[in-house]
Design a protein around this ligand. Structure first.
Ligand SMILES: [Zn+2]
Ligand SMILES: [Zn+2]
Length: 130
């Protein structure tokens, strides 16, 4: 996936408000089933779903995204609340990216410098690509 595509996806899926076409029915945070909220359970259709999420399991939305987005080599992309978990193009450390290839400004600068020091023909080969 291209960086711009990822940004668009994040904007669409993570920043979008849930549909308000039906004000009473809502979607269970854990299993994704539509239900009418009642009592204390507002985000979950049942206590089992609440317990599932409270136990640290991914929400329905996260599970869905996890299965959809993959790297070009087939590895699944790990979805994080603020973006995708990738390895920094410079120091290889894992970080949450919203479309950036480096974990920090320092790494970005170092990475760019390294690219410029490479002979022209081998440039771009190490470019970060989704
Ligand atoms: Zn549920
Ligand atoms: Zn880094």
């Amino acid at each position: 996936m291209k960086q711009s595509a990822i940004a668009a996806v994040i904007e669409r899926d993570l920043l979008a408000e849930p549909s308000t076409s039906n004000s009473r029915a809502t979607t269970c945070f854990s299993c994704g089933r539509g239900f009418i909220p009642k009592g204390e359970l507002r985000r979950f259709c049942c206590e089992r779903c609440r317990d599932w999420f409270d136990a640290g399991n991914p929400s329905h939305e996260e599970q869905r995204l996890q299965t959809i987005y993959r790297w070009s080599d087939g590895r699944p992309m790990r979805q994080r609340p603020n973006g995708f978990c990738i390895n920094c193009a410079n120091c290889q450390k894992e970080f949450d990216s919203k479309g950036l290839r480096c974990c920090s400004v320092v790494c970005e600068r170092a990475y760019c410098e390294r690219q410029e020091n490479l002979p022209a023909h081998s440039r771009n080969r190490h470019l970060f690509a989704f």
